[in-house]
Design a protein. Structure first.
Length: 364
């Protein structure tokens, strides 16, 4: 079955593109700090002098760190970012003199003409400003430019991908766990059990999804982990309804009667005989929930109820930069919006491919 599925994916160009793009997103999210220009934990190194600079701008900096800073664990730094404070000063040129370094500091550009402002000469004494400091000159390129705070947009997009994908995966796991359990119980046992469970499902179904997420966030507080839980607790209703319908149909099959005649208990019949045979529709609805969770996270972060600054997410990047959409700095709003669109589009195409493969018809 698996080989047949991958053969269909490889022949379907749109499905192949979506799977490839999704794999790329996952790889990037895992190695985001290794790929980032700014690999600080919060991706929040602010350099006001280079604020609102266009994509692919390159700049030379003098990097200053305390000598007594403890060495960080390489694994932790590679996957969770650096917690060492680093000061970066943009420079146009420099030369060493006796006991000091003389810099021509880059002070920014005129926002109207785009011309560089006059540089500022700074002298750093090795016995004062550079005492107990490790310094080196480095050159950095910012592929997506910098925002109004002088932060690297490229790095924040990379780390934001981890937030979006983690929200999607968490929401899918939570919604599948709750939805499958309730759908199995209601569809298999029927009667009063099904009536009570469907009353709960229909009650939650009647509440707008965004309003329900708002209520959970306001009740439990703001934070990334609360956001994961809130979105997951609002998406299980679809799963429960689909699973219930599939179970009610599957339990009429002959192999279920055979399992009962062999003395198998209800738990074994539900989880070892019915569930594996209805996995197709579950995968389809899981793909839909994944896309919905990402859109909800972006929307909540945009409104200020999701991921809180300075932690980067595509939603709060839109919130911070939507005002530039019609200006010369449109890339600040377009880039996070485009990453959301491509990710959700890829998931939806994959969901359609799964639906066609399993020949699933979902009526909402």
């Amino acid at each position: 079955m698996h080989n047949k599925f991958w053969q269909r994916i490889s022949y379907n160009k749109s499905a192949f593109f979506s799977v490839t793009l999704l794999l790329l997103y996952f790889v990037v999210s895992l190695g985001c700090y290794m790929l980032a220009v700014d690999n600080s934990a919060e991706v929040n190194i602010q350099i006001p002098e280079i604020a609102l600079h266009p994509p692919f701008v390159s700049m030379t900096f003098i990097s200053l760190q305390n000598k007594d800073t403890q060495t960080e664990n390489r694994f932790k730094k590679a996957f969770f970012g650096s917690n060492i404070h680093t000061e970066l000063i943009p420079v146009v040129s420099w030369h060493e003199a006796t006991g000091s370094i003389i810099l021509k500091k880059y002070t920014g550009k005129n926002q109207f003409t785009g011309e560089p402002l006059p540089s500022e000469t700074i002298t750093l004494s090795k016995s004062k400003e550079l005492l107990n400091k490790e310094y080196k000159f480095i050159r950095k390129t910012f592929p997506f430019g910098t925002d109004a705070f002088g932060r690297c947009v490229y790095s924040r997009i990379l780390v934001g991908s981890r937030i979006s994908l983690t929200v999607g995966l968490s929401a899918v796991l939570i919604s599948l766990t709750i939805g499958i359990l309730i759908g199995l119980a209601g569809g298999y046992y029927g009667g009063k059990t099904d009536t009570v469970l469907m009353l709960i499902v229909n009650t939650i179904w009647s509440i707008p999804t965004l309003l329900l997420v708002f209520a959970i966030v306001m009740a439990l507080g703001r934070g990334v982990h609360i956001l994961y839980l809130a979105i997951g607790l609002t998406l299980w209703v679809d799963v429960a309804r689909i699973v219930r319908g599939q179970v009610m149909s599957a339990k009429q099959n002959v192999y279920i009667d055979a399992a009962r005649s062999l003395g198998y208990d209800n738990k074994r019949i539900m989880f070892r005989h019915i569930l594996p045979n209805i996995i197709g529709p579950i995968l389809v609805i899981a793909a839909g929930n994944f896309a919905t969770a990402i859109i909800l996270e972006a929307g909540l972060s945009y409104l200020g109820f999701g991921v809180q600054p300075p932690t980067p997410s595509w939603g709060n990047m839109l919130n911070e930069n939507y005002g530039y959409a019609l200006s010369g700095y449109y890339f600040l709003a377009v880039i996070p919006a485009l990453t959301i669109v491509l990710l959700v589009l890829s998931i939806n195409i994959l969901g359609n491919s799964l639906r066609d493969y399993f020949d699933v018809k979902i009526d909402k």
